[in-house]
Each structure stands twice: as C-alpha cells, then as structure tokens.
Design a binder for this molecule. Structure first.
Ligand code: NAP
Length: 549
C-alpha cells in the first residue's frame, strides 16, 4: 500500500500534514500537461502561477508579431486524439492570440483550471528534511506544503532590462516585450525606439514599422535571420495534417530538435557548390527552420561550411535591403549563420526600406542614458513616446534564481548554480530531493511542447514508483549528476555554437556572472534523439542513479 495519500490533505507517515502531494509551479505549456497527467493518476495536485491566467510565455509575450517559429501542428499537444481532431490551427505559424486561445481551450476541455491557482508567485521553496516535504512561500502571503515539487518555470521567462542611467526618468511608456501592456495594441502615430535585435525584436520591428510615425532600431550586434514563410491553413490542409499527425510526431521524435525538419543526409563536401547553392535557394523559400535545421550538418561544426551559408544569407539580405550601407550593417560580421538561435522573420529586412525606420549602430555610438523625452547616444539625442527594451532573458536559470530554493542542509540552489547550472538529465538536482524540472537547464533544446511531453512522461513513472513503493524521498546521486554535466559539456565540443554570444552559452551583458567567455552549459547540445535515449536508459535501469527511500 502506498504511504503517500492520494486524496484530500495528505498525512505524512510521521503525522505531519502536507497540502498537496504535488505542486506544479508554472501554468504554461509544461505545467498544463503535467497537471493533466497527475490528475489522471488520482494524485492530489495543484498548479501555482504568478500570472492571473494560464499560458506562461504565451500569456506574457503579447507583443505585435509574436508567433510560433515552430509549425503550429508540431507545437500542439500530442496526448489527446480528440484534441488533435478538434483543433484547427489557422496559420502555419500560429500568432500569440491563437496560441493563448489554444492553451485555454485545452485547460477548459480537460477541466484543469479548477486545479490551478493564479496571482501567487512562488517566492521560496524550502525542503524539510524531517518530513520529506517542500514548503512553498507565496507572494499572496500563504505557505503551502507538498511531497513533490515540479517546476515548469520556462527557460525564457525572466526578462532582463539593460542598466542604462535614467531609465526611471523617461516620461513616455517603456517596457520589455515580455511585459507588453495588454491594452497597447496599436502604436500608430507614435515615435518608437526599440533596443535589441534578437528574435523578439525581429518579430516586433516589421509590425511596428507599419504603425509607428517613426521607429528607431538600436542594434548592438547584427543578428542572422531567415524568412518564416508563414501562410494560412485551409480546412482541407488541416484535414490532411490531422490524417498524418502520427507521422508528424514520429518525425519530430526522430529529429534532433523535435521538428519535421531533419538535417540533410548528404555531406556538404559531397555536393558540388552549384548544387549546394540550389539547395540553399530551395530551403530559403521553405516555411520554418528548414534553412537552419534541414541544412547540411556541417554548417554547425565546420568553419568552411558555415562561411558558405553565411555568405549566401548575407547576399539574400543585400537583395532585400535597398540601401547597401544599411544592408552591410544588418549582416553579422562577428559570428556565422545559425550558431545563435536563428530568428525567423516576416518582412524584417524590408522594414529598413521604409522612410520611417532608422537603424542606429549602438556599438559604434553607444546609448549613454535614457532621458525624460527619449535617449541619448554618444552622438545625438532621440525623442520617443515609447521605448521597447527587447533586451533578452536570464535564460534557463533566471527563473530558479529568483526563487529562494533550499535543499538538504539548507543548500541554496542560487549558490549551487552561481557559475552555471548542474543537473541530472536536466530533470533533477542533487541535494534538492523530491523536485523535478520541466524545461529546465541542460535538456535538449527542442520544439518546446515536444520536450515538455517527454519530460512529463519521464517524471510520472518516477512518481508512480515512489507511490507504489511507499517511498518519501528521491535524491539523485552526485556522481550521476557530475556525469551528466560532463556529457553536456562534451556536447558543446566541436560545435560552433560554443562561441556564441547568446543564451546557449549563458551570455547576457546585463547580468553579472554572464560575461562572454565563461560558458554556462544551458542545453544538451547533441539533440533530442540522444537525449531521449539518456532518459529512457535512466528509467530502464530502475533509476539506479537516484537514491529512493
Ligand atoms: P536575445 O536574443 O537575447 O536578444 C537580445 C537583444 O538585445 C540582442 O540584440 C542584444 O544585443 C540586445 N541587448 C541586450 N542588452 C543590451 C544593452 N544593454 N544594450 C544594447 N543592446 C542590448 O533576446 P530575445 O530577442 O528576447 O530572444 C530570446 C530568445 O527567446 C530567442 O533566442 C528565442 O529562443 C526566444 N524567442 C522565441 C520566439 C518564437 O519562438 N517565436 C520569439 C521570440 C523569442 P547583443 O546581441 O549585442 O547582446
């Protein structure tokens, strides 16, 4: 018989009470699927979220132009045939409002909302060694206890602002796109400044360019980008997609990044240059990440192959931007194509052909301060009504650092991860017992829901084993954690992304300890197929890397 109660308020064998057997932190894509699986198993569980509704990243990022870079039908959950049959994605790459509707639809369809609590940010999580329970302190003043915590915090959920002087002085509206005001739907007539040219800005800029009186883009480093090639999905096409969902998800499971796009099987060097060129032409016009993920695998590892595709994309930029000087400014010179996470765009480069759009090189003429009416660079003053700080995220570990998480012996996770994350399979952390992460650091970077389902499907049997055997604590062994860290570190070797100034290596100029040159191993670089094998192996071994008691 299980020592862990499955109904109402649980009673620990020693008599201490806990409120829930499992608390899931985060009501985004992972948290939604996690609570569904827990409830199916009759486990008393709840989801906590600081937002006032479901959706996580899709609740927060309401900026104009926000949409999938994943084909919509590869992004939806795969767990319910009924859901797959019912939902119609209207565009190949779903826009944020539709995605948020989808997540709400899922939550309502499976009656999950009543198991979710909103407006309660988790501020602290302390493990009680006496009772093998977690005690969570919430922003609304409550404390809740549970046997197991499952964090579904999102890898890119903690926005980072720059540290410019005078940011509080600005009299207009300023914000990070993660906190785009819900009622700010149109910037018509406004003078807008946007700082940053990452994937977020690259989605915002073409849309705002069409609305704003004037848009000034402050670019510190140019970023490679390729066309999204979005389009509507007709009823007929959706029916065809539905008929091949099994095939689609199977293809995702076979691909390193969990998309239908798979690396070309030919070697770069076996294909003659003119044929390679035709291949790039083909890929450039295809929807989605094909130009990146279906390209020759050598582009990620081999300087010569990477230089060729970089030159190709640079030429495409030159063809799309009228002013050759601006085109050159938009072509990255400090890194090759695709070694940072590739942004996909719709009319990004053409936006710079408009009279109302200006590109400022904020490396050559740095921003010196924000003023009451705009900002000042080393060269001149700018006046704005709106300033958008599209300056990125404290990736992967940021959301964890902002919770006071303490494990065995009062060990603080923040301290353990001060120089970068260390995990077991990206799922567990030594000395932080009874805690599992979904989408945490050191998982394979993947089409997010595909990775979420994999993670949840790995956690559930572990919990079921604990329940079946009446166990109250799991803790991953330190040597197994070290072995995973070594594997992750090794996975960066030989990849050009190892040099990237991006969240893949933990670089963030706005955060201490995230300087370029000190790599934080945020992802497992070998990809999802190998990652899934590691997970499977761990489970098949009977969790021999985990102390279960
Ligand atoms: P990002 O890629 O980190 O880009 C941040 C931008 O801000 C960079 O251009 C950076 O310049 C600039 N910046 C940062 N601090 C600055 C400062 N103090 N002064 C001047 N410039 C500064 O962030 P992001 O665009 O938000 O994208 C992050 C990730 O979110 C993406 O890689 C992607 O994984 C995800 N995302 C996904 C989607 C999607 O799936 N559709 C959409 C948007 C974002 P430097 O390059 O010089 O540092």
């Amino acid at each position: 018989m299980s020592a862990v109660p499955s109904t109402s308020t649980g009673t620990h064998p020693q008599g201490a009470l806990y409120d829930y057997e499992v608390i899931v932190v985060g009501a985004g894509v992972s948290g939604i699927y996690q609570i569904k699986r827990l409830l199916e198993c009759g486990i008393k569980a709840t989801v906590l979220d600081g937002n006032s509704d479901v959706g996580g990243t899709w609740y927060n990022n309401r900026y104009p132009g926000a949409r999938f870079d994943s084909e919509s039908y590869t992004y939806g959950y795969s767990f319910s045939q009924e859901l797959l049959d019912e939902w119609h994605w209207s565009e190949r790459f779903s826009p944020q409002p539709e995605t948020l509707r989808y997540l709400n639809y899922v939550v309502d369809k499976f009656d999950l909302r009543e198991h979710m609590q909103f407006n309660c940010k988790v501020e602290a999580m302390i493990f009680d060694e006496e009772t093998d329970t977690w005690r969570l302190t919430l922003s609304d003043g409550r404390t809740l206890s549970c046997r197991f915590v499952i964090t579904a915090l999102g890898p890119l959920s903690t926005p980072t602002l720059p540290n410019f002087e005078g940011m509080d002085d600005f009299k207009g509206i300023s914000f990070h796109p993660h906190h785009w005001p819900h009622d700010l739907t149109d910037l018509s007539g406004k003078r807008v400044g946007i700082i940053g040219t990452g994937a977020t800005a690259i989605q915002i800029i073409p849309v705002v360019a069409e609305q704003a009186r004037h848009l000034t883009v402050f670019q510190r480093r140019a970023n490679w980008a390729a066309p999204l090639n979005n389009g509507p999905i007709s009823d007929q096409e959706m029916n065809a997609i539905r008929a091949r969902y099994d095939e689609i998800f199977a293809a995702c499971a076979r691909s390193p990044a969990a998309f239908e796009h798979v690396p070309d099987s030919r070697s770069f060097y076996d294909v003659p240059p003119e044929e390679r060129r035709k291949f790039y032409d083909y890929l450039y016009d295809q929807p989605g990440f094909g130009i990146w993920l279906a390209n020759f695998p050598e582009i990620f590892m081999d300087e010569k192959a990477n230089a060729e595709i970089s030159d190709y994309i640079a030429d495409r930029i030159r063809q799309r931007v009228d002013d050759p000087a601006i085109a050159e400014q938009l072509i990255p010179k400090d890194h090759g194509f695709g070694i940072q996470r590739l942004p996909l765009e719709t009319g990004y480069f053409e936006a710079y052909n408009r009279d109302n759009v200006e590109l400022v090189d904020s490396k050559a003429t740095p921003i010196e301060r924000i003023t009451a009416t705009g900002l000042r660079t080393s060269e001149r003053e700018f006046e704005f009504d709106v300033i958008i700080y599209a300056t990125g995220f404290d990736a992967f570990t940021g959301a964890y650092d902002r919770i006071d998480i303490r494990g065995l012996g009062g060990k603080k996770l923040r301290d353990v991860w001060a120089r970068g994350p260390v995990t077991y399979l990206g799922m567990l952390i030594s000395d932080f017992p009874n805690m599992a992460m979904l989408g945490g650091p050191q998982v394979a970077a993947a089409n997010f829901p595909r990775g979420s389902e994999t993670a949840v499907d790995w956690v559930m049997p572990l919990l079921e084993k604990m329940r079946a055997e009446g166990c109250t604590r799991f803790n991953v062994r330190t040597h197994a954690q070290q072995a995973w860290f070594d594997t992750v570190k090794q996975s960066y070797e030989g990849l050009l992304m190892n040099k990237a100034q991006s969240w893949i290596t933990g670089y963030n100029s706005n955060l201490e300890g995230h300087e370029y040159g000190h790599t934080r191993y945020n992802i497992f670089g070998t990809g999802g197929v190998e990652y899934a094998k590691h997970l499977e192996q761990a489970a098949k071994s009977g969790y021999r890397d985990i102390d279960i008691s």
